[in-house]
Design a protein around this ligand. Structure first.
Ligand SMILES: NC(=O)c1ccc[n+]([C@@H]2O[C@H](COP(=O)([O-])OP(=O)(O)OC[C@H]3O[C@@H](n4cnc5c(N)ncnc54)[C@H](OP(=O)(O)O)[C@@H]3O)[C@@H](O)[C@H]2O)c1
Length: 332
């Protein structure tokens, strides 16, 4: 039985990875924190490992102890990370430094897996660059947020290692059941409000969580290593289409409100201030606006070529399934 370790297993995407790994017959080790909520990790077959990625000694001990028990991972998916933070430094600590700590522990204990898959983000490359209509693998990365910079820095550390078989996955915005940011948009639409940011509607693509997880396992099980991929459903869409699709599946009429970027920046400034007082992070923060006002469409030719990828879910099917789940779970 192949062994897989999935960090950030308690989160939105991580919990779907765990389910898929179990379905595919892996021995699944869920990497969590002491404080992690296990509500999506109830399957009895799951083995748990508690990580504190700040503790280098502790990390080495975990992998040395696993070796003593003859446990060696065929695959590690390093998915733990943050997409929102109050302090910019937190992105670098958690997304970069903790990734580095994990890799250093694997190397120093001679525990490098058959493949190490890193969950980066399209944010590491930044939005479509001037004069282009797609984000291309040949572009020079130009992240527009600290989040994107931290992911890029982690990528660079990974690719600078010798004899370290990696795959880097850079998804565009991921939606689906259990997700909490797109969910806010569902909630607004349920209240008949359909806000649109700025006075233009930039092109964006999306990816449904189950399609993303399908690609991840195809990449792990392939012979390919040391390659990076952008991930989207390959469809050019936008926030208007997204809102209209949600509206259709919630069966609601909405008032469309265009919010000027300048106004949104003022709102984000105050939201950051107020949320910061309570140690929380708003979904829309000043840096996020840099992302929201831009075009995010990426070239997925290499996904199609290497894994024969075709999304099973278009926006309509994915939003339908997501809305059904939010309703079933009484989130809506
Ligand atoms: N969602 C997207 O649209 C998207 C797009 C591109 C890339 N990604 C990447 O995909 C990964 C998963 O994102 P997600 O959307 O599933 O987010 P999520 O639901 O917030 O899950 C994040 C996971 O990372 C763990 N984590 C956070 N900080 C940690 C720390 N300091 N130490 C150890 N574990 C920590 C969380 O553990 P707890 O449960 O204990 O908090 C959780 O399991 C992230 O690396 C993110 O950057 C996401």
């Amino acid at each position: 039985m192949k062994k897989i370790l999935i960090t950030g297993a308690s989160g939105f995407i991580g919990s779907f990875m765990v389910e898929q790994a179990l379905n595919e017959g892996y021995e699944v080790y869920a990497g969590i924190r002491k404080t992690s909520n296990k509500k999506y990790l109830k399957d009895k077959r799951i083995k748990f490992i508690e990580f504190n990625f700040a503790d280098n000694k502790g990390l080495k001990k975990i992998f040395s102890d696993l070796k003593k028990q003859n446990i060696r991972f065929n695959y590690i998916i390093h998915n733990a990370g943050i997409t929102k933070a109050n302090k910019k430094q937190d992105y670098f600590t958690i997304n970069y430094q903790y990734t580095k700590n994990l890799i250093d522990a694997l190397i120093s204990t001679n525990s490098v897996p058959g493949k190490f898959l890193y969950m980066s983000s399209l944010a590491a490359y930044g939005p479509v660059q001037k004069g282009n209509n797609l984000i291309k693998l040949t572009d020079i990365p130009k992240p527009v947020t600290s989040y994107g910079e931290s992911k890029l820095k982690a990528e660079k550390y990974i690719t600078s290692q010798n004899n370290f078989p990696y795959i880097i996955i850079r998804p565009i915005g991921v939606y689906g059941p259990r997700e909490k940011d797109f969910y806010l948009y569902f909630k607004l639409i349920k209240k008949h409000l359909q806000p649109l940011i700025g006075f233009t509607t930039p092109n964006v693509s999306f990816i449904y969580v189950k399609d993303l997880v399908k690609i991840i396992f195809a990449a792990l099980e392939s012979n390919i290593t040391n390659k990076a991929y952008f991930v989207s459903d390959g469809v050019i869409s936008n926030s208007m289409i997204l809102g209209d699709t949600i509206k259709k599946h919630l069966n609601k009429k909405t008032i469309k409100i265009r919010i000027p970027i300048s106004l949104l920046k003022i709102a984000a400034f105050f939201l950051e201030l107020v949320f910061g007082l309570f140690g929380k992070t708003p979904t829309v923060n000043l840096e996020k606006i840099n992302e929201l006002k831009s075009s995010w469409v990426c070239d997925i030719k290499s996904l199609e070529h290497d894994f024969n990828f075709k999304a099973d879910y278009n926006l309509n099917k994915g939003i339908y399934e997501t809305a059904q789940w939010y309703k079933k779970e009484k989130w809506l």
